[in-house]
Design a protein around this ligand. Structure first.
Ligand code: PLP
Length: 349
């Protein structure tokens, strides 16, 4: 039986395959025997590559996916009677099936609004201050997503303002960086400027959506917070015995800036797509395109016509508009072909 690859997809960056650098690193790591459970040279190299990337002596753990990375990171920052403040569209709130509550034994998520997927700081402050009594789940962490679920990017200035607030309100700061590489590529900054220097205590750094077969890194910038995190991973079923296959792609992708190059490519593709589709009458961008996602408002009949032509894309993210997501593997042809089809099926008055 031959399996036909899926064409016509802009559903998610996790539909893409494994990028060459990750594949090559896997092959390199696949050389004979190596110690298990992370005590191997490939994992050591990957941790060093991450410390180098962030220019600091951070603690690094590799887990299988983002849900585990986020919920274990949050659990490590909280007691069960604490709460975590996040945006109403945050992945931890809408797409993790309650995992952070589960792994933290009940820590509550408190949601706030905010334009284009970014937390409104006045709402965060109100959420912390409106109750100080013992009956309220004590606010402990602010969790933000970079890039946001709506494809926008917190600027260094915005992060400084967030840090000012979390310091004042004595909140820890967690960053869901499933698409952190896309943010760094978009902002053209040193990774440290938008993480530990901006007060981020823990980053969950996504590998899967940037060309790895699987895997996310949990990066603690405050090493005290990483205490016994290895036990937390093990108990949650997130300690890979053949760890080298989870860690080696990090080493491969951080070498020669491959990760930022792929992320930059995905971002460029999104900008090209946004430009092409926003020129079509009747098509409207609903959020600014700042990284690798393009959100557009399309009439229902256009959406069905595109789906009938075989295009795959999501309409359940955020406010329910169409999301077209680019990846390291997106091509100029993919973009031209989608823009062409949207143009063709959009009915003119
Ligand atoms: C994809 C994604 C994750 C990780 O999801 P998993 O499916 O658990 O790997 C986390 N946060 C955000 C914002 C994401 O887009």
């Amino acid at each position: 039986m031959t399996i036909k690859p899926l064409k016509n997809q802009f559903a998610s960056d996790n539909y893409a395959g494994i990028c060459p650098e990750a594949w090559q690193a896997l092959q390199q790591a696949d050389s004979g025997y190596a110690t298990s459970y992370g005590d191997d040279p490939w994992t050591a190299k990957a941790c060093d590559a991450l410390r180098n990337f962030f220019e600091t002596d951070c603690e690094v753990f590799f887990v299988f996916n983002g849900t585990a990375a986020n919920s274990l990171a949050l659990a490590s920052l909280c007691q069960s009677y604490h709460s975590v403040i996040c945006h109403e569209t945050a992945h931890v709130e809408t797409d993790e099936c309650g995992a952070s509550q589960f792994f933290s034994n009940g820590t509550k998520l408190l949601i706030v609004g905010g334009k284009d997927g970014k937390v409104d700081l006045a709402e965060v402050e109100h959420t912390v201050k409106k109750r100080t009594d013992i009956h309220y789940p004590k606010p402990q962490v602010l969790s933000i997503t970079q890039t946001t679920e709506l494809g926008t990017v917190y600027t260094p200035e915005e992060l400084i303002a967030i840090h000012g607030l979390t310091k004042r309100l004595k909140l820890k700061l967690h960053m869901d960086g499933a698409r952190f590489a896309n943010a760094v590529a978009a902002l053209q900054v040193h990774p440290k400027e938008v993480t530990w220097r901006a007060g981020v205590d823990v980053l969950t750094f996504g590998g899967t959506k940037n060309g790895m077969p699987m895997g996310e890194a949990v990066v603690f910038f405050d090493n005290k917070l990483a205490r016994e995190f290895d036990y937390r991973c093990k108990q949650a079923g997130q300690l890979a015995s053949k760890m080298r296959y989870l860690s080696a792609p990090w080493f491969g992708l951080l070498k020669n800036d491959a990760m930022l190059r792929h992320a930059g490519h995905a971002n460029t593709c999104a900008h090209k797509l946004a430009e092409a589709v926003s020129a079509i009458p009747g098509v409207e961008l609903v959020h600014p395109t700042e990284a690798n996602a393009v959100f557009v408002r399309l009439p229902e009949d256009t959406i069905s016509a595109l789906r009938n032509k075989g295009w795959v894309f999501y309409t359940f993210i955020g406010s329910g508009h169409c999301r077209f997501m680019c990846s390291w593997a997106t091509t100029e042809d993919d973009i031209a072909s989608l823009a062409n089809d949207i143009n063709e099926v959009t009915k003119r008055p």
